[in-house]
Design a protein around this ligand. Structure first.
Ligand code: DGL
Length: 265
């Protein structure tokens, strides 16, 4: 691996652009290749076997783009398929977002982890939180499958968003910390904050994942030179109408022209 190579980031869809945004901020000189498997999103309601297959195809595509490291910017993949991905592609550093998400939760006493069904059912967050903070931390987990379509539709605030948030969160005791265990959910931060009247701390894994990546690149002499201008190349398996608008929402700035890819074994 050399420092000139790009970083690969993938997600089931465009939610992982929230992680790409954090990586761009933390590592402004890096070239980033982002893949969103928009033709098959969401992964969160699928079986672990299917998620494994999709994740391997996603990683193989990024490897074909000569990346020096990969971030699985999808909690569903990180929770169910990260180890098998690392075993399948041992030549490359592949990191996920669960461990950084658990790091970001430091200081919590009663935490509610929100995620897709696959992420919550995997138990990966409970394991990562227990490893760090022991038995004294009270952990509540809640799958919120309607959050992804809500975010994809751009319904980020207002009565519908509040009603969906209430649908899930009124059934759980009020936590002091909410961990957003899905890369789509950071766009709902304001609405969740409103639901709790600002009384609950809301954390996600994007910044921690970017820091983790920076540490790996620094420790392995793989940081891009400061003379480089960072760049973002965007690929997706489906480019439907509204793609650019949605991608811009997740990235927080205008997105480049996307390339269309077909993902196969
Ligand atoms: N971005 C995905 C995640 O972080 C959620 C969407 C999906 O279910 O694929 O889990």
């Amino acid at each position: 691996m050399t420092a000139d190579q790009p970083i690969g980031i993938f997600d089931s869809g465009l939610g992982g652009l929230t992680v790409a945004a954090a990586v761009r901020k933390r590592l402004p000189h890096e070239k980033i290749v982002y893949l969103g498997d928009t033709a098959r999103v969401p992964y969160g309601n699928r079986s672990p076997e299917t998620i494994h297959t999709f994740a391997e195809q996603d990683a193989a595509f990024l490897i074909s783009k000569n990346v020096k490291a990969i971030v699985a910017a999808c909690n569903t993949v990180s929770a169910t398929a990260l180890t098998s991905l690392q075993e399948h592609f041992p030549e490359l550093h592949i990191s996920g977002v669960i461990e950084p998400g658990a790091d970001a939760a430091a200081g919590a006493r009663r935490i509610a982890v929100l995620g897709t069904r696959a992420t919550i059912n995997s138990g990966a967050y409970v394991k990562a939180l227990r490893e760090r903070y022991g038995e004294n931390l009270e952990i509540i987990t809640k799958s919120c499958p309607l959050f992804v379509p809500l975010v994809e539709e751009g319904v980020l605030n207002g009565p519908i968003a509040q009603e969906v948030i209430r649908h899930y969160l009124e059934k759980i005791p009020e936590p002091d910390t909410i961990l957003l265990g899905c890369t789509h959910y950071p766009l709902l931060t304001e609405a969740i904050n409103e639901y709790y009247n600002g009384k609950v701390r809301i954390v996600d894994s994007a910044d921690a994942a970017a820091n983790d990546l920076k540490k790996y690149l620094t420790d392995n002499n793989l940081l891009a030179s400061e003379d480089n201008h960072g760049s973002l190349q965007l690929y997706a398996s489906d480019i439907a109408s509204g793609f650019r608008e949605q991608a811009t929402r997740f990235l927080g700035t205008d997105v480049p022209e996307p390339g269309k890819v077909t993902l196969t074994d």
